[in-house]
Write a protein that binds this ligand. Sequence first.
Ligand SMILES: Nc1ncnc2c1ncn2[C@@H]1O[C@H](COP(=O)(O)OP(=O)(O)OP(=O)(O)O)[C@@H](O)[C@H]1O
Ligand SMILES: Nc1nc2c(c(=O)[nH]1)N=C(CO)CN2
Length: 167
Amino acid sequence: MVLTTPTSAYVALGSNIGDREQYLLDAIACLNENEDVFIAVRSSIYETEPVGLVDQAPFLNMVIGVETQLSAQELFAHMVSIESTLGRTRELRFGPRTIDLDLLLYGELAQDNPELILPHPRMEERAFVLVPLVEAMKKQQKEQADQWAAKLQHLNRKEGVTLWKKM
Ligand SMILES: Nc1ncnc2c1ncn2[C@@H]1O[C@H](COP(=O)(O)OP(=O)(O)OP(=O)(O)O)[C@@H](O)[C@H]1O
Ligand SMILES: Nc1nc2c(c(=O)[nH]1)N=C(CO)CN2
């Protein structure tokens, strides 16, 4: 058996249809079902105004940190299969969804394969991603927290992101 050092990765979760909190919790439980994925940290849950396509219901968003032996591609494939298990359909880009899972960061990996771009190409513009990401990293006392907090400051648009449930 070959044991490799696990990689720290961060996943953003969002839901704006049905029992939004339950979708987030179910997605985390499904991620954890893979024996090569360990949930290291979870942010609080935030209620957020829709961005992009604004005429839709408010989202619940959160970020989790995982430690994983899976490759980035394998982790992403696991996430896509969880989205379809939980009834995610793709009628509308940026539109309503039961669950959306985005891979934000996978260690230090940077790649521009359109199927899986890392770091996530739109994360720096999204307070609904950066607020929970910084919270999760601070909980882990990760040095990277400052770097992402600075981007959030730069964004200067935290309104529309309110604490919904402290975790
Ligand atoms: N880091 C990433 N995380 C998630 N999807 C990614 C990533 N990089 C590229 N993609 C690709 O982005 C495409 C669109 O993803 P999705 O359907 O989730 O879009 P969306 O949620 O409507 O918008 P957004 O991608 O801005 O969150 C997918 O085909 C996916 O393969
Ligand atoms: N507040 C909020 N807005 C969004 C979200 C989301 O998760 N939260 N996801 C989108 C598509 O990725 C588009 N807009």
